[in-house]
Design a protein around this ligand. Structure first.
Ligand code: GLN
Length: 551
């Protein structure tokens, strides 16, 4: 079977769940026994989102090969249970950089470089080469942004050309739109979708199917109307109502016949059903006990910054028959009002990753609070570093301990820049990135959680535990529970005589799946559940007076 391509574009407005829909299509096809890979095309000019503020872009999802990518890749990995690489995120910045580098080298001597065909070829080459490399039966391609955006045009032109490049029978165009609800007339409106499809057709793409997002049920001949005006078969106009649990989306799509439609149109020979997925969702939805977990970070006004952390907590809680209630607590608020104000009724605490000094003292306070009060704690990257700083200050007696990232001239840089990173001035793609091995040390909570001696985990940081202080930290009781195989780098640390206080230099959240929750998150929830409140929904917690600086 030749590789099949499913292109998913978005219309009307952004943020209506295109990434989840693409991930769900992938899940449906994978459940049919097909091999699937996914690409996100991002029309912005940054080479990757690594240098963008979380406020602009949300989480930077790190692939195993160290790609700093769009957070939608996280949805793809979680839903399809695949491991993607940096090749699955193509930005306009990458395509232009490649072309301009080649131009400067002289590869085009005498020629004029143009959007069509040079840029569009560059985009198509990347799609085709990923298809070849991955050997996938189906490549699902998400085009970022909304049809009508100026910067998206070369990408739409490239996917239009793909129909001729790889053959008409091997491509399928899906358009995701929003049907707004007008409360005065109590109806869903199709006009914005009609306009968006018109726009798409004006660039030569006739959608084969529409996915219509709406907050209410689609009734009263709406599908027929859209079919008529958009020239799409009625059976290929799929409703996609808003759901409480995103993991239900593949089931809903399957219910409305998305799988069948794709199989027929692309002559896919897969077979199989979503039974396993369906029991997984049932398990999640059946969970009644609430386990409140505080995520104490500096970007919490925009929880998309911690997408994978939130999902990892949900997966782990579901595996214990519980529902994680994530409370977003701003570290600057903790700094200002003290930890008690925000943390006294949570069952567990996560301090996630972050960069720069703003709000970090609030994280150190949080770590001290968790240590003093015996609240289960999981520190992720920066969350581990603050745990070490707190320990060094309070237990080792190094009152002025800090990280040299946060206080470059500090007296005791217990967290410092690591080998090979000194002298690097470029900020893009120069961190310790991607998957590295970690050896767990026996008789530790970390080893107990993993139950295997060596694991691979994904990194994204510049700083590490400073080896100069390792001895004194250990002498004062801190346990270095995970090390790089050569013993040179501290990968995990923990606080002894505590229910669960583990910090890791990496980001375990990227590897959590609904069907395979991450062992460290399971260990956290396992400990936290001792203080679960049965069925009691606690109020969503938000702190006032946040500052919005973009670092
Ligand atoms: N800013 C810290 C470092 O670079 C932590 C990074 C992170 O949390 N991802 O080491």
């Amino acid at each position: 079977m030749p590789t099949k391509y499913i292109f998913v574009t978005g219309g009307v407005v952004s943020s209506i769940g295109k990434g989840i829909c693409v991930a769900s299509i992938g899940r449906i096809l994978k459940s049919q026994g097909l091999s699937v890979t996914v690409i996100k095309l991002d029309p912005y000019l940054n080479v990757d989102p690594g240098t963008m503020s979380p406020y602009q872009h949300g989480e930077v999802f790190v692939t195993k090969d160290g790609g700093e990518t769009d957070l939608d890749l996280g949805h793809y990995e979680r839903f399809i249970d695949v491991e993607l690489t940096r090749d699955s995120n193509v930005t306009a910045g990458q395509a232009y950089l490649e072309l301009i580098t080649r131009e400067r080298r002289g590869d085009f001597l005498g020629g004029t470089i143009q959007t069509v065909p040079h840029l569009t070829n560059e985009i198509k080459d990347r799609l085709i080469s990923l298809a070849a490399k991955s050997n996938a039966d189906v490549v699902v391609v998400e085009v970022g942004g909304t049809v009508g955006d100026i910067e998206g045009l070369p990408f739409l032109e490239a996917i239009r050309q793909m129909r001729n490049t790889v053959g008409r029978n091997n491509v399928f165009y899906m358009h995701l739109t929003l049907l707004p609800y007008i409360s005065a007339s109590e109806e869903l409106k199709t006009k914005p979708t009609q306009h968006s499809v018109k726009e798409l057709r004006s660039i030569g793409i006739q959608p084969d199917a529409l996915i219509c997002r709406s907050d209410t049920e689609i009734t009263g001949g709406i599908q027929e109307k859209l079919s008529l005006f958009c020239d799409v078969e009625t059976e290929a106009v799929f409703p996609m109502p808003t759901v409480g649990n995103v993991y239900e989306v593949p089931l809903i799509m399957e219910h409305f016949g998305v799988g069948r439609c794709l199989s027929q149109a692309l002559a896919l020979d897969g077979q199989g059903q979503l039974d396993e997925w369906s029991s997984l969702v049932d398990r999640m939805n059946a969970a009644e006990g609430i386990v409140p977990i505080a995520v104490v970070g500096k970007y919490v006004e925009y929880p998309d910054s911690y997408m994978s952390v939130r999902e990892a907590l949900r997966h782990a809680a579901a595996s214990c028959g519980l529902r994680a209630e994530v409370r977003w607590v701003h570290s600057e608020a903790v700094e200002r009002d003290g930890p008690d104000a925000y943390l006294k009724d949570v069952s567990g605490i996560v301090v996630p990753g972050g960069f720069g000094s703003r709000g970090v003292e609030g994280m150190v306070d949080t770590s001290r609070y968790a240590r003093d009060k015996g609240v289960p704690y999981l520190g992720l990257c920066l969350g581990m570093q603050v745990m070490v700083i707190d320990w060094a200050r309070a237990v080792t007696g190094l009152k002025r301990a800090n990280s040299s990232e946060l206080d470059p001239g500090c007296e005791h840089p217990v967290i410092d820049i690591m080998h090979g990173q000194k002298g690097i001035t470029d900020l893009g793609g120069t961190m310790r990135l991607g998957q590295y091995p970690c050896r767990t040390q026996s008789n530790t909570r970390t080893a107990q959680a993993y139950a295997v001696p060596e694991v691979m985990e994904r990194h994204r940081h510049r700083y590490e535990v400073n080896n100069k202080y390792r001895e004194s930290l250990e002498a004062s009781g801190m346990v270095m529970s995970g090390l790089s195989p050569d013993g040179e780098l501290v990968e995990a640390a923990e606080v002894p005589d505590h229910p669960f206080m583990v910090g890791v230099q990496f980001h375990p959240e990227f590897q959590s799946r609904p069907n395979r929750p991450h062992p460290l998150f399971c260990a956290l929830i396992g400990e936290a559940q001792h203080t679960v409140r049965e069925g009691k929904q606690l109020p969503f917690h938000r702190a006032g007076g946040w500052s919005f600086s973009a670092q």
